[in-house]
Design a binder for this molecule. Sequence first.
Ligand code: ADP
Ligand code: MG
Length: 266
Amino acid sequence: TMAQLVQAEKMSELGKLTAGIAHEINNPIGYIRSNLESMTDYTASFRDIFAQLSQLEQEVGELRVPLQALQKQYDIQFLLEDCEDIVQTNIKGIDRISGIVSDLYAFSRRADGTFKAMDIHPVLQRCINLTRSRFADHHTVELDVSAVDTRLRGDTSQLEQVLMNLMLNAAHAMPGVGTLTIAVKGDALWLEISLTDTGTGMPKATLNRIFTPFFTTKPTGQGTGLGLSISQGIIRAHGGTIVATSDVGKGTTFTLRLPRQQDGSQ
Ligand code: ADP
Ligand code: MG
């Protein structure tokens, strides 16, 4: 239908754009990172030289005064520390950008927006298998599709990306023993998928921001904060909604509501 076509076009434009951005950014990141790594090597050598100079200074007493003057003049130690800080900060920044780029890239590869007749049950099963290694032995993952019709029109790989992200977030939110319960319900028009974890939960201030691009509470390098904003984009492109409720110390529930058809036709 027309609405689906427009949507598919929007998504594929977005895909091309993000693929382009990812490629343009990835290249310079590669060489900036290796430059910074060699700079780390240089500062290490300088440190070595500095240590040897200090050694020499102690061994050759007469040189003490001029060497101290030299050291003061250039304040080598301070410069080195400054330099190392800058290098380390830059490397961290680059690793963060790399993470964002690979998220965008994963998204663009999948953003073909082709809505086809599909079944969410095997997709859920596949996501559970794919994320198995990220759940620990003390975790239980339960899937309840209790005889509901699990078919809808959608983009399999995009919905898989959404479910993967929700499952990985849940695994991350359960540092100790925990259970993720995935339930699918539905009626003639809508399919409802809920993912409930018994994890840390979120305070209201966090909950209010989870769909904001780049919002993350994870340490640098561990999260880009793009997962839920991309997920929300995908669910909206399907004509659906994604909402979260959470209780600190008890856990979190994400509920996806997806129309069986994007515009009620067919
Ligand atoms: P990322 O996983 O890279 O941090 P997301 O967009 O997937 O980015 O998630 C954003 C933030 O939402 C997370 O950093 C975390 O604070 C919070 N969050 C998401 N899912 C859960 C969950 N199941 N339990 C607790 N907090 C969550
Ligand atoms: Mg995530």
